[in-house]
Design a protein around this ligand. Sequence first.
Ligand SMILES: *Cc1c(COP(=O)(O)O)cnc(C)c1O
Length: 820
Amino acid sequence: MKPFLGSSRFTKEATPEAIRECTCAHLRFSLARMPESATPRDWWLATALMTRDFLIERLLATQETHRKAGVRRLYYLSLEYFLGRLLRQNLLNLGLWERTGEALRKLGVDLEEICEEEGEMGLGNGGLGRLAACFLDSLATLRLPAIGYGIHYEFGLFQQDFVRGYQIERPDDWHRLGSPWEILHPEFAQTVHLYGRLEHEEGGCRWSDCRDVLGLPFDIPIAGFGATTVNILRLWSAKSTREFDLEAFNRGGYFEAVGEKSFCESITKVLYPNDKTESGKELRLVQQYFFVACSLRDILRRFEAEHRDWNLLPEKVVIHLNDTHPAIAIVELLRILIDERKMDWERAWDWTSRIFAYTNHTLLPEALETWSVPLFHRVLPRHLELLYEINRRLLEEVPVTDDSSHQKRRAISLIEENHIKGVRMAHLAVVGSFSVNGVSALHSELLRTRLFPEFAALFPGRFRNVTNGITPRVWLLGANPLLSSLLTEVVGEEWITDLSRLRELRKFSADASFLDRYAAIKRANKVRLSECLRDWCGLTADPDALFDVQIKRIHEYKRQHLNLLHILWLYRRLLENPNADFPPRLFLFGGKAAPGYDLAKCIIKAINSVAARINRDPRALGKLQVGFIPNYGVTRASRIIPAADLSEQISTAGKEASGTGNMKLALNGAVTIGTLDGANVEIREEVGDENIFLFGLTAEQVAERVRKGYNPWEIYESDPELRAILDWLGSGEFTPGEPASVLAPLRHSLLEGGDPFLVLADFASYLAAQRRAEQTYRDRSRWMAMALTNTATVGKFSSDRSIREYAEGIWRLAPVPLPG
Ligand SMILES: *Cc1c(COP(=O)(O)O)cnc(C)c1O
C-alpha cells in the first residue's frame, strides 16, 4: 500500500483508487486503525487527512510561485473567521467531492454521513467573521496572493442550548481533539512585548521591563475553487516564552512562575462573544495587540526573506483591517519603523499610511471601539505616546480660526475627552489608512455623511464603497446540491465562479415545467430541514407551510421582536376566528445572544415561550408553528437557507451595515421581506420591486422621526390590536409557572424604554407586507417565479465581485497564474 499520494498528487490525476489508498493509509498510519474497526469519526479524520495532503501539495506550489515572483501580497487582518466545517468545502474546491464519495462507497462508508462528524470552526460571532471566511475563499479562487491572519482561540463562539426557553451557554471546546486542517509552524513563532515602561534616550526610546508572550502560528490551508491556488490563514496561539519563569521559580516563587504561564495562555483562550458591542476589557486589548504584533513581525520577516530592498515595503505589502479590531497595527508598524528601524517620523508615517486599508462594519455607537487612556497607557505605553503625536499632527491640519474649528478638532481627534479619556480606534483607522470603505451603498453614504463628515471633508479621496458578498461555493454549491445540479444543467458550471451567469435563468420565470422542477427542489429541501427540526427542536414541521426564516445574531436593531409581534397578531387572529384564512405558516428563528445582553436573552425567552404555547395549541394545528433552532452557526445555516421561502431582513433602516444572510437566502430562492437597509437596497435594485416585500421607514425617515421626538405610547394608544398584543406579552400568559415579570422587560423596552429601534413605528407597515407575502404565496406559480428571479438576479452579491473591487480599486493586486 502506498502510504501517501505518490504520483497522483495533482488533483486532476487523482483516481478514486488513489483517493481510497491514501485515505486507508491515513487510517492505518496516522490513526493506527483498521478499516474493520474504524468509527465514522475515524473515517472522517482519515478522509480529512487525505484531503489535506492534496491541499498541502498545492499550498507548497502556491507559496513557491509567489515567493519566486516577489509578488505584492495582501495581508488580511481579522479577529474573527467563521469557517464552519471544512471537509465538504475543501473537497468541492479541490474538485474531489464526487471521486471521494465513490472511493468511500467502495469501503462501505458514506461521505455525507461522515461529514456530520466534523465540528465547526466557530472562530467568529456572525456576519463579520463569516465575511472574512467568504473573502478568503474568493481570494484563493481569484488566484490572488493573500494571507489571512487571526487568532487561534482555544474556545470559539459558545454553544447554545435552551433550558425552559432560556439560552444557556456551553464552552466550544472545538480544539480538544486537535484539528486535521491545521499545520503548526513552531519555526515561525514570534515574541511580543506588553506592559513595561519607557526609557527615552539619545536617538530613540527603549521599552523595558515588559511581559513577553510567545505566538505560535497554526496555518489553515484555504483552497480556491479549481484548486490551483491554496493560500493560508495563519492563526496565532499565545504561549509563555518560558514554561516556567526560572528566576521566580528559584526564588521559591512557584505560583508566580506558573502564573505568568497562565497569563500568557489566557490571551488566546476564548473568542469574545459580543457581536457589535465593545466591552473595553483589558484582555481584549491584549488579544488585539498580541495577534497584530505577531502578524506584523511575520509580514516583515517574509518581506525581508523575499526582497533585498527595504524601500520596496509599501510596494509589496498591503494590509487590510477588518473593522477596527486590528487597528492598533497602524501604531505598531509606525513604532517598528521609528524605534527599531530608526526611520524619521515623516517617512515612517508616509509608509504606514500607504500600507493600510480599513473597512468599517457598523455605525452603531455602542460598537465603536474606544480604549480608556489609562488602560492603554498601562498595556502599550509607547503606542500611546505615538498616538498622541499622530493626533497632534492631525489636529494641526485644522488651523484654529474660529469656534467651528475647535468643534472640528474635537470631532476628528483620536482622543475622546470624556470624564475618562478614550482612544477612538475608528479615528485611528481612518487617519492611518489610504482607503476607508463601508460595506453597502447606503452604509458607505451614511459613513461619509453621518459618522465621519469632518474626515470626509479632510480626506475626500479616501472614502469608498465595496458592497459585501458571499461565496457561491459554500452558500450554493455546498449548501444546496439539488439546486446546484439544476443550475449546472441549464447554464453550465460557469456559475460557480461567475454568478452573474444565473441571469440566463430569467427566461424560465414563465416556464411552468421548469418552475415545477425548481419548486420540487425547494420542497425537497424543506423536507430535509423538517427532518433536522425534529432533532434540533422537537418540531414536526409541515413541509407545505410557508417557511418564514429569521436567522442572525439576536440584537434589538435586527428586531426579532417585531417578527414576534406579528406572530402574536396572527395567533390572536386565529383564536378570534378559528377559520381565519391564511396559508399554513412555519416561523423559524436561529441566533445567539451575547451572554451579557439581557434584552436579547429576553427576546429568546419570549420567542421560545410563545412557540411552546402555539405549538401545543390544537387551535393552531395545521396553521401556525414556531421553532427556535438552537446553536445557530454556519453548519445549521447551510441546512436552513436552502429550505427558506421568506427571508426576514427587518432591521431598523440605517442600522444594518450590509447584512449577508439576506444575500445567502435570496440566492437560494427565498423572497425577502425587509426594510430599505444595508444591502437590501441593492438587492431590491437587482431583483426588482415586484420580487421583494418592502416595508417600513427609510433611514432618512427614521432619523426624522427621532429628531422630532418619537413616542411609542402614541402608537400604543391608537392601535388597539398592537396594544392587546403588547399587554398579552407582558401579562405572564406565556410563561406559566414562572413570575409574570419574565417577559416584562421586552414590553418595557418598547414603551417606557422609548422603543429605540422603532419597532412600533414599523409594525403596521410590516403587517401589511406580511399580508402581501401571504397572498402571493397562495399563487404558487407566481411565488416560484419570484423565488427563481431572486436566484437568477442576485449574482452581484458573490464575494468574487467584492474581492475584485477590493483588488482593483484598493489593494492594486493582480491574479498570479500557477502551474499545474
Ligand atoms: C451569514 C451569517 C451571519 C450574518 O447574518 P446577517 O443576517 O447578515 O446578520 C451570521 N451568522 C452566520 C452563521 C452566518 O452564516
